[in-house]
Write a protein that binds this ligand. Structure first.
Ligand SMILES: [Zn+2]
Length: 499
């Protein structure tokens, strides 16, 4: 049986197709505009006993709010990366499914002998992301021409520049036929990428000045490798060009306490395996990278603290499929489950918790609104930009007629006057999830003590085993996980509607 045969033939492509179809089936609201906007898509997919796939939650987006804007009452989304949105929308789906199972309606869950709920035999949950998650999974070597290295420009008849099409326009003015300008924006050649028939070679250079526009790889075709030419001018002390492999980079910064990135050109630019916060410019964020959050899910499950109160055991993802994009199987496996292996082996987790290693796949198809597809199809590379919107959808009555759209963590169209009021909330913000959680507790009579008047943190603390597992992880494995200010968690249910 092939690796994917466990879940059925062509499983990764079937997952990818199901997720793209679900995205396409949603209305236009909040979707990338045709003038060069791209977005990132993530979904949770249910697989039934016959191997049929059904998308149960969906998220898009690539934004994250800075630490200074963190909300006080749990009513703004901190982190709108697609993976995080899809997972929070999955919580809505689970709340709905637990409610259904409790009332005897059709559900993927069933009540077990101990009164808790569990997944019916034969069903499983799988994750899809159209792109490699930010953070540790995004650090891997560029073995060959990467997808984002294309386009060409002739420079004074000698060199051919291949550059990241998105950034070529920005750098063209700097390097337009002027070798001294070129020397100021490129570091020594990092790697010989290709030998040409005429004896010349194509070399990879890393941009110095264009870093604020993203990572740019400039590849020069050196017409005469041995002559006095640009290759030699970039070597140090007359030595040969550095024969190092360059790596894909991430803007996600190591959190305080982790090893720091050396940031030297080439393969050693980053350390691997470190915990990182989300990439972003300006106001720094306290949200952990998606690689780190997904790692956490492999140990604690995707259901979070509150819903653990209803479940007999954590819900683990059985596979993760990444869409066609720059990707490394090794980096994905390291980031998602293999790092911290030694530390994990030494800790005792509460009953029911253990690291469940998901199968990691890549599909052969790309998400049609991914950055690389949009860039390829766009006549004006300067216009390619991420969509500011986040799409939120779950397989629940709440989203049956329409998906939600958020911008900056609030419902699309929120006026300044309405920020903080229920008019600005989306269904997956902490405040609304807490409301739904409390209603579910009442419906299922799962705990004797009422939750009214408790804070968000106090409600989460009801899940003793989950909290013990999370504390163990934080104390011994994920030591440098960021702490958000207490006020982001200390809100009460009865604080809703604060103006
Ligand atoms: Zn991310």
């Amino acid at each position: 049986m092939s690796v994917t045969g466990v879940f059925g033939e062509n499983f990764p492509d079937r997952v990818s197709d199901a997720c793209t179809k679900k995205f396409n089936s949603l209305g236009k609201m909040g979707k990338p505009k045709d003038d060069g906007e791209y977005t990132l898509l993530a979904c949770v997919v249910k697989r039934d006993t016959d191997g049929n796939l059904e998308v149960v939650s969906l998220g898009t987006g690539s934004k994250c709010i800075g630490a200074s804007l963190l909300p006080h009452h749990g009513n703004v989304l901190h982190d709108s990366h697609a993976e995080v949105i899809a997972r929070r929308a999955f919580l809505l789906y689970l709340i709905d499914q637990i409610g259904r199972a409790a009332s005897g309606s059709g559900s993927v869950l069933e009540r077990k002998e101990n009164g808790k709920f569990g997944i019916k035999p034969g069903f499983s949950f799988h994750f899809y992301s159209s792109h490699t998650p930010c953070g540790d999974a995004s650090i891997f070597s560029k073995q060959e021409f990467s997808q984002d290295c294309f386009g060409e420009e002739l420079l004074d008849g000698k060199e051919v520049i291949f550059g990241d099409k998105v950034n070529t326009g920005a750098c063209k003015s700097l390097i337009d036929g002027d070798r001294s300008s070129l020397e100021s924006i490129v570091q020594p050649p990092l790697k010989k990428l290709k030998s040409m028939q005429d004896g010349s070679s194509i070399l990879s250079y890393q941009s110095l000045n264009c870093q604020n526009r993203g990572n740019l790889t400039v590849c020069l075709q050196d017409i005469s490798e041995n002559s006095s030419n640009i290759t030699d001018t970039h070597t140090q002390n007359g030595e040969k060009p550095i024969e190092a492999t360059d790596i894909h980079r991430t803007g996600a910064k190591c959190v305080s306490g982790e090893l720091e990135d050396p940031k030297v050109p080439g393969a050693n630019y980053h350390v691997t395996g470190a915990l990182r916060t989300k990439p972003g410019r300006g106001d720094p964020t306290l949200s952990m990278s998606c690689s780190d959050k997904i790692f956490k899910w492999t140990v604690l499950g995707v259901q979070g603290a509150s819903l653990m109160l209803f479940l007999e055991k954590p819900i683990y993802l059985e596979s993760i499929t990444i869409g066609h994009c720059p990707y490394s199987q090794e980096a994905m496996e390291r980031a998602v489950f293999a790092r911290f292996r030694d530390q994990l082996q030494k800790v005792n987790l509460p009953p029911g918790f253990q690291q469940i290693i998901p199968c990691i796949f890549q599909s052969s198809t790309a998400f049609p609104y991914s950055r690389s597809v949009v860039t390829n199809n766009c006549t004006d590379p300067d216009r390619v930009k991420p969509s500011p919107s986040t799409l939120i959808w779950s397989l629940t009555d709440f989203h049956s007629s329409k998906h939600e759209v958020s911008v900056n963590g609030c419902k699309l169209g929120t006026t300044k006057k309405n920020i903080g009021t229920s008019k600005s909330w989306v269904s997956i913000c902490r405040q609304v999830l807490l409301q739904k959680f409390v209603l579910l507790l009442k419906k299922t009579s799962s705990v004797s003590e009422p939750c009214d008047g408790k804070t968000y943190t106090e409600c989460k603390e009801l899940s003793g085993n989950y909290q013990a597992a999370w504390r163990t992880l934080k104390n011994h494995v994920l030591r440098n996980w960021t702490k958000k200010p207490g006020y982001t968690r200390e809100f009460k249910l009865d604080s809703c509607g604060i103006k």
